[in-house]
Design a binder for this molecule. Structure first.
Ligand code: ADP
Ligand code: MG
Length: 244
C-alpha cells in the first residue's frame, strides 16, 4: 500500500450497515444502509431523533453489536466479522466508550474503576508484574481529567460531571485510538456539559483522539468538526449553520 492510499483510508468506517430488531413477529429495521467514516483526529457528532438508531450505529462501529448487513473497517481492514477473541481485543485496545449514565462500577473506587480496563487486558501474572505501571497510568489519566483529589471516592460520592470525567479516564486509560461517546452530556446541566465538551475538545486537539459522539443536543453537536444526522436509518450530512 503506498502512502497516498494510506493517508486517505479512514481510521474507522461503517459501510452500508443494516440492522433490524425483532418486535414480536415483526422485524423492525433500525439501520438501512447507514455509512459513516472518520479520519484520524476527526471529531464527528451524530444527531438524530430519539429512537433513530444512533446508539445502535455506535455499538456496531465499536463491536459491541453486529450488523445484519454491511461492514466495519479499521484502517481498511474488516473487523466486524472477526472471532470473539479478536473482537474483544480490539474493543479493549482500539475503542474507548463513554455513556450517558457513566456505567462506573459502584463498588469500586474511582482509581479501581479506571484501572479495570488494564486489569482485563492482562493475565493475572502479567497484571501483577505490571501493577505499578498500571496504577501510574490510571493516576495519570485521572489527573488529566482533573480528578486527582478524588481517587479513593466511590461513584456515589462523585457529582455527575465527576462521574463522567471518571468514565472518560476509564475509557482512555488503555490509549484507544477512537472514543465512542453516546450522549455524554445527556444527564448533565449545561455548565457541566460544557466542561465535559471542553475536556473532549482538548483530548481531540492535543492527543489527536478520534471522537464519534452521539447527541440530540444541537448546540453540543455544533462543537465537533463535522455533524451528520441519522434519519430513516441512513446518515445524512448536515451543514454546521443548519445544525446550530
Ligand atoms: P437512539 O440511540 O437514536 O435513541 P437506538 O439505537 O437506541 O436509538 O434504538 C433504535 C431503535 O431500535 C429503537 O426503536 C429501539 O427501541 C430499538 N432497539 C434498540 N436496541 C434494541 C434491542 N436490543 N432490542 C430491540 N429493539 C431495540
Ligand atoms: Mg441512544
Amino acid at each position: 500500500m503506498n502512502d497516498t492510499i494510506k493517508m486517505t483510508t479512514p481510521l474507522i468506517a461503517a459501510e452500508a450497515i443494516a440492522k433490524s430488531y425483532a418486535k414480536g413477529e415483526h422485524k423492525v429495521p433500525v439501520l438501512r444502509g447507514a455509512g459513516l467514516k472518520a479520519n484520524r483526529g476527526e471529531f464527528i457528532s451524530v444527531i438524530g431523533q430519539s429512537g433513530s438508531g444512533k446508539s445502535t450505529l455506535l455499538h456496531v462501529m465499536g463491536l459491541l453489536d453486529s450488523p445484519d448487513v454491511g461492514e466495519v473497517l479499521l484502517q481498511g481492514q474488516r473487523i466486524d466479522n472477526l472471532n470473539q477473541q479478536a473482537r474483544d481485543q480490539l474493543r479493549n485496545h482500539v475503542f474507548g466508550f463513554i455513556f450517558q449514565f457513566y456505567h462506573l462500577l459502584p463498588e469500586l473506587t474511582l482509581l479501581e474503576n479506571v484501572m479495570a480496563p488494564l486489569m482485563i487486558r492482562y493475565s493475572m501474572l502479567e497484571y501483577w508484574r505490571r501493577r505499578h505501571e498500571i496504577r501510574e497510568s490510571a493516576m495519570d489519566m485521572i489527573g488529566r481529567v482533573g480528578l486527582g483529589h478524588r481517587i479513593r471516592h466511590r461513584p456515589s460520592e462523585l457529582s455527575g460531571g465527576e462521574m463522567q470525567r471518571g468514565a472518560i479516564a476509564r475509557a482512555l486509560v488503555g490509549r484507544p485510538e477512537i472514543l465512542l461517546a453516546d450522549e455524554p452530556t445527556g444527564n448533565l446541566d449545561s455548565v457541566t456539559g460544557g466542561e465535559i465538551m471542553e475536556l473532549l475538545n482538548s483530548l481531540n486537539q492535543n492527543n489527536q483522539l478520534t471522537i464519534i459522539m452521539v447527541t440530540h443536543d444541537e448546540s453540543i453537536a455544533a462543537q465537533a468538526h463535522r455533524i451528520v444526522r441519522l434519519a430513516q436509518g441512513r446518515i445524512q450530512t448536515v451543514a454546521h449553520e443548519e445544525a446550530a
